[in-house]
Design a protein around this ligand. Structure first.
Ligand SMILES: NC(=O)c1ccc[n+]([C@@H]2O[C@H](COP(=O)([O-])OP(=O)(O)OC[C@H]3O[C@@H](n4cnc5c(N)ncnc54)[C@H](O)[C@@H]3O)[C@@H](O)[C@H]2O)c1
Length: 425
């Protein structure tokens, strides 16, 4: 997507002009009347856990308990909880103790992938509602257990694919549903970075082996090891395939993947370059790549239709191009239902939520909005039954896609994905 800034600007303006004509996307407005905040705990206030804590509005949720095995993260999490959520928030190292608290209605799970299913199932069985970070689980079986536990406990289970709650994505979906870009037979999605994906291992005296990590390297860099992680597809690709599933209303029926550890031949076990072709029913093919040797393209999803193209880039920029020449567009602002701008054409240089640099102008839309909205949505489902926009079956569909993708890379062969692997009632 080597694109001139002029072209990006035109694409953004086209998008803004197109959505300005639409009614506001379903507002996630908290009905102040009588709604009390959900009392909750968080398990795993690491990088993402703390982003969630800081973006969880206290009007909707109060994080009164924090659990982490790593003392530094527990401390940092507790500090945020006490400052933002409740002055007497408490700390735990064993999440089961947190689950014993009867005043806690819900938990946010932001621990490494391998723990999602056991923590979520334990929480649901203890009667808590669960918001679990993506990817849903390390195995297809794990996803299924989570859905079944939520059903038997009659509790809300939401998976943290925040794009489901992003006004930008919801508007793009409305445009596509309205036929603005015609029929879509091809989607290209990618997430490209240039770096080793390693976290610095702190020089502290802490033995994580009682929790299944032989040393601090494995606790800090869990993403790089198969026991805990499903690599780039789980950490990055699942978000983007979830969007394709949602926008197309379909799930992949086959995948062919390739890749390997091309660049970082250190102790890691997960690929640093992956390339996949997903076939969806009814003539839709998605090509996906995630590489760690070049960051020019950064990350985006590109829907190529017979009448036009929509590109959703870095979770904060949306562009629309028409086939057969550019329709001129005037500069407009779109207001969100809550009153703030959903996006505006003003130029600003910004860093994405994951912290890597992107050159080029942004829309002024913050990727963090998705986190805030998804937590508000989680609380609205609990309190007044608003639809859950990323429920267990939805999270599982993205998980199945990436897990089969990884299996295809490992086997070096194209795999069919039978419909019964997805969750159907
Ligand atoms: N939605 C998003 O955009 C997004 C972005 C980044 C990460 N994530 C997801 O969030 C999850 C966490 O990722 P991260 O980058 O924050 O990782 P992280 O390593 O920074 O944080 C994980 C935390 O869990 C703690 N932990 C590990 N084992 C534990 C246990 N047994 N009990 C309690 N705590 C335990 C760790 O000490 C750490 O503080 C992953 O599933 C990841 O995919 C989502």
């Amino acid at each position: 997507m080597a694109m001139t800034e002029e072209k990006r600007k035109l694409g953004r303006r086209n998008f803004i002009k197109a959505v300005a004509a639409m009614p506001a996307a379903g507002a996630l407005v908290w009905k102040a009347s009588g709604m009390t905040p959900v009392r909750a705990g968080i398990i795993g206030p690491g990088g993402q856990g703390r982003v969630l804590m800081e973006n969880s509005p206290p009007s909707h949720i109060r994080l009164v308990a924090v659990c982490d095995i790593f003392p530094q993260n527990l401390e940092k999490g507790l500090e945020i909880a006490r400052k933002v959520h409740h002055p007497r928030a408490e700390a735990y190292t064993d999440y089961r103790k947190l689950l014993e608290r009867r005043d806690i209605e819900a938990v946010l799970i932001a621990a490494p992938l391998w723990l999602h299913d056991s923590m979520a199932v334990d929480a649901l069985q203890a009667g808590k509602h669960v918001f679990c970070e993506k990817t849903m689980a390390h195995s297809i079986e794990g996803c299924r257990r989570m859905i079944e536990a939520a059903q038997s406990a009659r509790r809300n289970l939401q998976i943290g694919h925040q794009r489901s709650y992003s006004p930008l994505y919801r508007q793009a979906k409305q445009l596509i549903d309205g036929g603005v870009i015609g029929d879509v037979y091809h989607v290209r999605a990618l997430w490209h970075r240039n770096g080793d994906w390693r976290r610095r291992v702190p020089d502290v005296d802490f033995d994580p082996s009682p929790w299944g990590y032989p040393d601090l390297e494995h606790l800090k860099n869990w993403r790089l090891y198969n026991k805990y992680s499903q690599g780039l597809m789980a950490e990055l690709g699942s978000h983007q395939l979830q969007v394709v599933n949602w926008f197309s209303g379909r799930v992949p029926k086959s995948v062919f993947g390739s890749g390997g550890i091309y660049r970082y031949k250190d102790s890691r076990e997960v690929e640093d370059h992956v390339y996949l072709i997903y076939e969806y029913p009814d003539s839709l093919t998605v090509t996906y790549s995630s590489i760690q040797s070049n960051a020019l393209d950064h990350y985006y999803e590109e829907f190529m239709g017979t009448e036009g193209t929509i590109i959703l880039s870095s979770e904060k920029e949306a562009m629309l191009f028409y086939e057969g020449g550019a329709k001129e567009a005037t500069e407009l602002k779109v207001e969100s239902a809550a009153g703030g701008p959903v996006m505006q054409a003003s130029e600003s240089r910004a860093r994405d939520a994951a912290g890597s640099n992107i050159s080029g102008a942004s829309t002024g839309f913050s990727a963090l909005r998705g986190y805030q909205n998804e937590i508000e949505g989680f609380c609205a489902t609990i309190r007044n039954g608003k639809p859950n926009l990323c429920d267990g079956p939805n999270g599982m569909a993205a998980a199945v896609a990436i897990l089969k993708g990884n299996e295809s890379i490992a086997k070096g062969e194209k795999l069919e994905i039978p419909p019964q692997l997805y969750y159907t009632t």
